[in-house]
Design a protein around this ligand. Structure first.
Ligand SMILES: NC(=O)c1ccc[n+]([C@@H]2O[C@H](COP(=O)([O-])OP(=O)(O)OC[C@H]3O[C@@H](n4cnc5c(N)ncnc54)[C@H](OP(=O)(O)O)[C@@H]3O)[C@@H](O)[C@H]2O)c1
Length: 339
């Protein structure tokens, strides 16, 4: 067990892509738990795009990370000191932590993961963690996907998107993904069974490309990207289409000067479409049935996934920025400690 606690603090609100000067490295003694608290040795931190929003001053569905405090992050780790009977030393837990070696936790925000299912620990930060719950509840409860419908998903080769598309295939849907680069598109169609994948980086007219695959429009669009991608999708809605707004990563670094929204909002009226936002934390208190279904699909070989594990707390700020260039291959995680 490391005898110091290393942490990345946020010391400045990023303008655009986060820079090294937005962070400060701090070393201090390993914390002690207070009454009703436990201390977790962080093993992995999930590089979630949402962290970028928490760095901004305005906050979103969570308050902004206060300047001078550790960067908030979903983590997976092991309890090493505890004043809580339900979280004994040695328990593997996941939940809200920080870019740090150790985090002090209270019950509720961090809880045990079903290690008895026998997966590599990283799986509990991807399909059997918030990423999987986002895909499952977002697609079926917000998108209300029905068997055999036409499903379009952006950010399709990413953590959430790749699961959404495969869940659509399990339900007998026609699934088209939008992703950046030929290799990611090949993975979607040849290994994950998507019906088609559109490489948005190599496509001049995304709207026309979507229309080729869905001449009658899509029934459900699972939105991870926003901006021009959302506008192109909204040209191609079937009557009574549903759009599940999960994320808009293309705009996260533009929060100081956001671009104008889609110019074709009128199509929502024309197509009597339904647009609804989703937030995974609304489902976490009842996520277990979703995880059980996802676990069954993984064990049956119906759901595949990739994790891209990079090394070292010290490299975390640099690794985080890969989310915005797509220069990672699967759900991006940082390995911080050993179990
Ligand atoms: N609402 C919720 O509760 C919730 C929960 C979890 C995640 N999310 C959202 O879900 C989305 C995916 O998250 P994830 O954790 O699974 O990350 P991810 O998809 O594994 O990684 C982000 C991907 O976004 C794509 N991207 C980045 N900048 C882009 C741009 N300007 N235009 C188009 N694509 C761009 C890149 O893929 P390419 O190489 O294909 O460009 C990159 O690999 C994000 O929008 C995130 O905020 C929402």
């Amino acid at each position: 067990m490391a005898d110091i606690n290393r942490e990345w603090l946020l010391v400045q609100r990023p303008q655009g892509e986060p820079k090294p000067s937005d962070y400060q490295w701090r070393e201090s003694p390993v914390p002690e738990p207070g009454p009703g608290e436990f201390v977790v040795r962080v093993l992995y931190a999930a590089m979630d795009p949402a962290i970028r929003g928490w760095m901004d001053a305005q906050g979103n569905y969570m308050p902004p990370i206060p300047l001078g405090t550790p960067v908030r992050s979903v983590v997976l780790g092991k309890v090493v000191k505890s004043n809580v009977d339900a979280h004994p030393v040695g328990q593997i837990v996941s939940g809200l932590g920080a870019w740090a070696d150790y985090v002090v936790c209270k019950p509720g925000y961090v809880g045990p993961v079903p290690v008895e299912w026998g997966h590599d620990l990283t799986t509990y930060l991807h399909p059997l963690g918030a990423v999987g719950a986002t895909a499952y509840y977002g697609l079926f409860e917000v998108g209300k996907l029905k068997d055999g419908e036409n499903l379009l998903v952006s950010g399709a080769a990413g953590g959430v998107g790749s699961l959404v598309g495969q869940m659509g295939k399990i339900k007998g849907c026609k699934v088209v993904g939008i992703a950046g680069g030929a290799e990611k598109c090949r993975w979607l169609t040849e290994e994950l069974g998507f019906d088609a994948a559109i490489d948005y980086r190599a496509t001049k007219d995304l709207s026309a490309e979507i229309r080729k695959h869905f001449p009658g429009g899509f029934d459900v669009y699972f939105e991870n990207v926003g901006g021009a991608t959302l506008e192109a999708a909204m040209d191609n809605m079937a009557m009574h289409a549903r759009i599940a707004i999960c994320g808009m990563i293309s705009a996260y670094n533009d929060s100081h000067d956001p671009p104008p929204g889609p110019r074709n909002m009128w199509n929502i009226l024309v197509k009597r479409a339904h647009v609804e936002g989703l937030l995974v934390s609304d489902y976490m208190h009842r996520a277990m049935p979703g995880y059980q279904q996802i676990n069954d699909w993984i064990k049956a070989g119906k759901l595949k996934f990739k994790v891209d594990v990079r090394d070292g707390l010290e490299n975390t700020p640099e690794i985080f920025n890969k989310l915005f260039t797509g220069s990672h291959d699967g759900k991006l995680l940082v390995k911080i400690g050993d179990a």
